[in-house]
Design a binder for this molecule. Structure first.
Ligand SMILES: Cc1cc2nc3c(=O)[nH]c(=O)nc-3n(C[C@H](O)[C@H](O)[C@H](O)COP(=O)(O)OP(=O)(O)OC[C@H]3O[C@@H](n4cnc5c(N)ncnc54)[C@H](O)[C@@H]3O)c2cc1C
Length: 467
């Protein structure tokens, strides 16, 4: 029996465990985290990170960094030589080159807009922090251990409505603690079960919480790349193509990472294009007109190893004024890091609520968002903050931490902000991935006027940077 069982050792689950163990009010709780895969590479990263960047990289808002510094205490364990602060995002439209918007953090008196950091760097810093706090009997991490079933020990004949009616403070609360069955054959009973178990969340399914949303029929292709040289401009670049946005985000020295959101067909092509052609394809995607891109894609579709495409790209690039290329576009990409390409299906989903009696959902288990504004993991960090606040208050008042009386304030604080962010990113995706003339014209006008309407832009910068 445990006070809290966390399922999922991704960024959300490990953050929650470290935050609980860092808080003087919750650190006495007995907690077990269960992760289906091995966390060995995460532990190894802490001791000896690999030379090259891993391909799962996220943009962290300053608010998330502050949370890691002040509430969780893991920021000191982040490998600082592998993070890159940036202060500017330049977003532009493939269908109207003059439609550009710059989000510059200095405009709102802040030095930093966001920070690029590998997921594994975040996870390993959390393990580092947990080690520092001391892994005593009240803190257990079981990796390589899958949750195979979750059951409720009571009232199998009751429906969800009846379960909601059970008074968890009636003195019979020990009866309704969910039982988590593990692949090792063991079972754990939890006063509070927290699902940090990602999009397909078994905990969400156990609790019968509905999640609504849709697939975008789009994949995010990620890769680690090298630029021609280190760009001291500290800019994140995002170009809106009709197939989806292509972003190049800076890492340390000449390294960078890309997220190329694209149709199923294009994403497949991006993964199979010859690795020596791929960097040129990114350069083309960041600069050339849609009609040229379509021609280049069609050549590569016939033969992904067709090096003649390089002449086609070069010839088209040579028509762009060199000064404009230097000032208005990212540096040329020169290399793809071996085996760093991967694709992820993109979707929107939001759970109707994040809690049920004895259950809470955190991170992607509660919501998944299009990555165009880099918010998914950040939303999970703010969930962790709100959930720990709710549990601290519940403990102060002597309440049962599994009761909805305690958990309800978590939903009240976390859900509305997440819902707004999900809506904004969904609309941005829909407006920008169309080549329907009138919409293109309107969005061009929108971007141009937005660049002039400083107050609206400031608001957007504040949203991006989580301030
Ligand atoms: C292309 C792309 C780019 C992105 N860029 C950004 C960005 O710039 N900024 C940002 O903030 N976010 C970004 N995100 C989103 C971010 O990666 C996710 O929001 C975040 O990783 C989710 O973390 P999580 O811990 O909630 O879930 P996950 O990382 O999905 O972790 C869930 C864990 O639960 C475990 N699990 C599941 N079921 C079981 C079971 N039955 N038993 C045991 N364990 C189980 C899984 O093994 C997994 O480790 C991006 C996402 C994509 C796809």
């Amino acid at each position: 029996m445990q006070d809290i069982v966390v399922i999922g050792g991704g960024p959300a689950g490990l953050s929650l465990l470290a935050a609980l163990k860092s808080s003087p009010k919750t650190r006495h709780l007995s907690c077990t985290l269960i992760e289906g895969s091995s966390l060995q590479s995460v532990r190894d990263f802490l001791v000896e990170p690999p030379e090259e960047y891993t391909n799962r990289v996220v943009s962290l808002t300053p608010k998330s960094v502050e949370f890691m510094q002040q509430k969780v205490g893991n920021w000191d364990f982040i490998k600082q030589d592998r993070v890159r602060f940036y202060d500017n995002i330049v977003a532009y439209d493939s269908q109207d080159n003059d439609a550009r918007i710059e989000f510059d953090a200095t405009q709102i008196g802040a030095g930093v807009l966001a920070v690029m950091c590998e997921n594994i760097n975040i996870q390993s810093s959390l393990i580092g922090r947990l080690n520092e706090l001391g892994m005593d009997d009240s803190t257990t991490i079981l990796d390589n251990t899958k949750v195979i079933d979750i059951t409720s020990p009571i009232h199998h004949d009751l429906d969800q409505h009846d379960l909601n009616e059970i008074d968890v403070n009636s003195g019979k609360s020990d009866l309704d603690w969910p039982i988590v069955k593990l692949s090792t054959g063991e079972s754990i009973q939890a006063r509070l079960l927290v699902g940090c178990d990602g999009y397909n969340s078994p905990v969400r399914k156990f609790a019968g919480i509905e999640s609504r949303g849709w697939q975008y029929n789009t994949f995010g292709v990620v890769a680690t790349i090298k630029m021609q040289y280190e760009d001291h401009r500290s800019i994140g670049w995002q170009r809106f193509l009709s197939t989806g946005p292509l972003a190049i985000l800076p890492l340390s020295e000449d390294n960078a990472t890309i997220v190329w959101s694209s149709t199923p067909w294009l994403s497949e092509l991006l993964l199979k294009v010859n690795p020596d052609i791929f960097p040129h394809l990114i350069n083309a995607g960041m600069t050339l007109e849609e009609v040229d891109l379509k021609y280049i894609y069609s050549m590569l579709d016939k033969d992904p190893n067709d090096f003649k495409v390089l002449d086609e790209i070069q010839w088209r690039l040579s028509k762009i004024d060199i000064k404009s290329l230097e000032e208005n576009y990212p540096l040329p990409v020169v290399e793809l890091i071996q085996n760093s390409r991967a694709r992820f299906p993109l979707k929107l989903s939001h759970a109707d609520t994040y809690v049920a009696p004895r259950v809470a959902l955190v991170g992607d288990a509660a919501h998944t968002i299009h990555p165009l504004a880099g918010q998914g993991l950040n939303m999970g960090q703010s969930d962790v903050g709100f959930l720990v606040d709710a549990l601290e208050k519940g403990i102060e008042r002597g309440l049962d931490i599994g009761s909805t009386m305690v958990l309800d304030s978590y939903v009240a604080n976390a859900w509305p902000g997440n819902h707004m962010m999900l809506g904004v990113c969904d609309k941005l995706h829909k407006v920008f991935t169309t080549d329907f003339g009138p919409v293109v014209l309107l969005r061009g006008l929108g971007i141009k006027s937005l660049n002039m309407a400083e107050s609206v832009k400031d608001l957007m910068i504040k949203a991006i940077s989580g301030r």
